[in-house]
Design a protein around this ligand. Structure first.
Ligand code: KG4
Length: 342
């Protein structure tokens, strides 16, 4: 009998549900919350309220697009954390209630593991290149920047991570500071495509080992823009493409520097990326170039699997389900990675 898993993701500002059958994607529905745009960032209380409104229609749509009835489901996988507690509570409570009413098990998933395994979502209409184990995953999102060694779908080790801001946060905060809008990553990416990446230089962190830091580069951009604007109030408007291109290059250099070190240290040449920032065109082309130069096999997720989505939660949940894991009924969401017990 086929294993049909419903995945539910609600860790931040996207309500998503997906259905997979034996690891193959049947549907993946995402309702993004536009309400936060006016505030230049995610407002937690508004996010949880929007999840409450979206969760039933999103799950119904995912089942209907998959052509699967609720009674055919084998298990429900949900994001337990890390993320915004109020948002996670909606998905977790919904999954547990639906599981209980259908008499089927639930499986909890670490959101970051979902991003790491996004490349394993199989699709009926096209073959997917999957990294072989062990591989390194550069996990870059609005909340995390990590280099993770993945030994198999259920076992991974964080080799390095940010000690302050995440790289996506640097994109978002700097975009807001420059008055460009939210979310900053896609806006800076687009402007950078028309700019000179070597025109301006920003401070690079000096952090030992494989850890990252992005707060210094953010401050460096803040002072640079402030000083230049005091000389010419139109400086930003006249130079925004070059500023974005130079800033983006600086962030990519920082990411790549540690990734190259990690690949040398571990001897691993299977290199994947994941998370919202893995949609960045500069990062994608840079990792591809480095791969060609260094003999790496590189794996870039499809754009639809870069930002938060339930397909990645369903596939991670599928592996946990096959391993016999089941979530207890009293399981509660966790907001921080350090509170996660796996
Ligand atoms: O993975 P994600 O959807 O949510 C988290 O779990 O954090 O990532 C969102 C982050 C935001 O910081 C957004 O600005 C960034 O991903 N992002 C990008 C691009 N598209 C989204 N950053 C750089 N370039 C992009 N094209």
């Amino acid at each position: 009998m086929a294993d049909i898993i419903l995945g539910i993701e609600s860790s931040c500002d996207d309500t998503s549900a997906a259905v997979i059958r034996d690891g193959y994607l049947l549907s993946n529905v995402i309702a993004s919350q536009e309400v936060h745009r006016a505030y230049g960032g995610v407002v937690p209380e508004l996010a949880s309220r929007a999840h409450e409104l979206n969760i039933v229609p999103v799950v119904s749509e995912a089942l209907s697009r998959a052509g699967v009835g609720a009674s055919e489901l084998t298990a429900i996988a949900f994001t337990r954390g890390p993320g915004l507690l109020g948002s996670l509570l909606v998905g977790t409570s919904f999954a547990k209630t639906l599981g209980l009413s259908l008499g089927i098990p639930t499986v909890m998933v670490n959101h970051l593991q979902g991003h790491i395994l996004a490349g394993f979502v199989r699709q009926l209409d096209k073959p997917v290149r999957e990294p072989s184990f062990p591989y390194l995953c550069l996990l870059v999102s609005g909340g995390n920047s990590q280099i993770v060694r993945v030994d198999d779908p259920l076992h991974f080790e964080i080799l390095g991570q940010t000690i302050d801001d995440a790289v996506g946060e640097a994109f978002d905060k700097c975009s807001k500071m420059m008055g460009l809008g939210y979310p900053g990553g896609p806006i800076i990416d687009k402007l950078a495509a028309a700019g000179d990446p070597d025109r301006f230089k920003f401070a690079r962190p000096r952090i030992p080992g494989l850890d990252y830091s992005f707060s210094g580069v953010k401050t460096s951009l803040l002072y640079f823009v402030r000083d230049e604007m005091s000389k010419d109030p139109l400086f930003m408007e006249k130079n925004k493409e070059d500023i974005c291109a130079s800033f983006q290059k600086c962030l990519i250099d920082i990411l790549m520097d540690k990734l190259i070190k990690a690949a040398k240290k571990t001897g691993i040449r299977e290199i994947a990326i994941g998370g919202g920032v893995s949609a960045n065109s500069g990062l994608r082309s840079r990792i591809t170039q480095e791969g060609l130069k260094r003999g790496w096999n590189t794996y870039l997720p499809e754009f639809k699997f870069t930002t938060d989505n339930a397909a990645m939660i369903a596939i991670a949940g599928y592996y946990h389900y096959l391993a016999g894991e089941r979530a207890p009924l009293d399981v509660a969401p966790v907001s921080r990675m350090s509170d996660f017990d796996r």
